[in-house]
Design a protein around this ligand. Structure first.
Ligand SMILES: Cc1ncc(COP(=O)(O)O)c(C=O)c1O
Length: 416
């Protein structure tokens, strides 16, 4: 027997073992100043490509005004209690109706947080007789929801439709034995690679197999589709998505989330979604702030147009200069490079300190050893000058990486 906390040995943790020197810099960095492309990091100005503020609404003057007014009028407490008990308001219902109409679903239910919402939706819609089939590159909230499932689950390699069909055959066999149903889960836009889920191909399989489709469109809502209603709209399959989820944490630049579907399904969730039944209702300023954001999303298409102007300039500029940006179909822009974890840290240090560019870095163990991904998130409030500056910087950075500059021990103090 041992003390429970003995296992909290940081030297045994793949990321934790580096905590002493990566904290505050690579991990838990503090970006300061107004939210946007120009912020301060480590006491210096940086050109920032690390916020999921796709439409630039985080600092939109109308949004800031409405957030402030709602906070001063209502405070953060109102309404008290869970929706079901004492936490319902006209504004919560209005927001749900507005979102439902925007995403072309009969009804919508608000969620306090995306992560908890996804987990709880999965928990509410399946029981031990049911089978889950899900994409291997799904977000942690989906994976953790699947972990709660007491029945069978099958995973298909990312967007591999042939394999998905194989898993559906296995799932069908089990569901026939148990008398259960099948839930397929994927994403509209995958946040690391920028790939869209193969939704059109997946819904075709509905003709052969009896399953319900749950799509997490955290990165697609506001960025994809003619009106910004997301990946389902973009791919012409919104009606075939049985449970459409998104968070307010990205395009909506806030906190909260929602799930939309047929009225009977949403009604069932209202009475069975444990993350909402047993939690305080979303505070009023967040609801009123979300109504304003949704209004801007619907009535000011220029935000999405700017986002795509910047996205297209950034992605074509990177490709023309020989960079590998994977298979992205969305604003998410991964720049795939080769090198060790140490080289990645040294390169990002150089990028931030000497070139004044801030983006997030993805390294082993999140991706295979030897691969480095620098992930750029363009937004509507970046400029073409920002894109030019970044591409020039990346060209220099790549040649320094290829020259082995970042292999040197003393690189953490490098200057241009
Ligand atoms: C794909 C995906 N699903 C769910 C979530 C969780 O949303 P929230 O931040 O609202 O908890 C995120 C991240 O925010 C996400 O990227």
């Amino acid at each position: 027997m041992t003390d429970l906390f003995n296992k909290f040995d940081m030297s045994q943790s793949s990321l934790g073992q580096h905590a002493d020197y990566i904290e505050d810099y690579f991990m838990f960095p503090k970006l300061e100043g107004e939210l946007g492309p120009r912020m301060n990091f480590n006491g210096k100005p940086v050109l920032n490509w690390s916020l999921n503020n796709y439409l630039g609404l985080a600092n939109h003057p109308e949004v800031r005004r409405v957030d402030g007014e709602a906070a001063s009028e209502w405070g953060l407490a109102y309404p008290m209690g869970a929706r079901m008990m004492s936490g319902n308001t006209v504004q919560h219902i209005e927001l749900e109706r507005e979102i439902a109409s925007f995403i072309s679903k009969e009804d919508v239910m608000l969620l306090n947080f995306g992560y908890q919402g996804v987990l709880s939706i999965i928990d509410a819609v399946v029981d031990r007789r049911d089978v889950i089939v899900y994409d291997a590159e799904s977000h942690a909230s989906i994976l953790d929801g699947v972990r709660l499932h007491m029945g069978k689950r099958f995973v298909f390699p990312h967007n591999n439709i042939e394999n998905l069909e194989k898993q559906l055959k296995r799932a069908e066999k089990i569901a026939n034995e148990t008398g259960g149903g099948i839930l397929v889960i994927t994403e509209g836009v995958f946040g690391m690679s920028g790939n869209m889920g193969s939704l059109a191909e997946i819904v075709v399989l509905k003709e052969k197999y009896n399953f319900r489709l749950f799509v997490d469109d955290a990165h697609g809502f506001g960025t994809m589709g003619a009106t910004g209603a997301g990946a389902g709209e973009e791919l012409g399959v919104q009606d075939d998505i049985d449970l459409y989820f998104s968070t307010f944490a990205k395009s909506m630049a806030s906190i909260g989330a929602f799930v939309g579907g047929d009225a009977s399904v949403i009604k069932y969730l209202r009475y069975n979604l444990r993350s909402q039944i047993f939690a305080k209702s979303l505070p009023m300023p967040l609801v009123i702030g979300a109504l304003k954001r949704l209004e801007l999303l619907r009535e000011q298409p220029e935000h999405k147009e700017n986002l795509w102007k910047i996205t297209n300039a950034l992605q074509s500029g990177l490709k023309e200069n020989g960079f590998n940006i994977g298979t992205t179909q969305s604003p998410v822009t991964p720049v795939v490079l080769s090198g060790s974890v140490a080289e990645a840290c040294n390169m990002v240090y150089d990028l931030r300190e000497n070139y004044g560019v801030f983006c997030s870095m993805v390294i082993y163990p999140v991706i295979p050893k030897g691969t480095i991904i620098l992930r750029l998130i363009p937004t509507a409030v970046h400029t073409l000058e920002d894109v030019k500056e970044t591409i020039e910087t990346f060209k220099e950075l790549k040649s320094r990486l290829d020259d082995g500059v970042y292999l040197r021990e003393e690189i953490l103090a490098v200057t241009k």
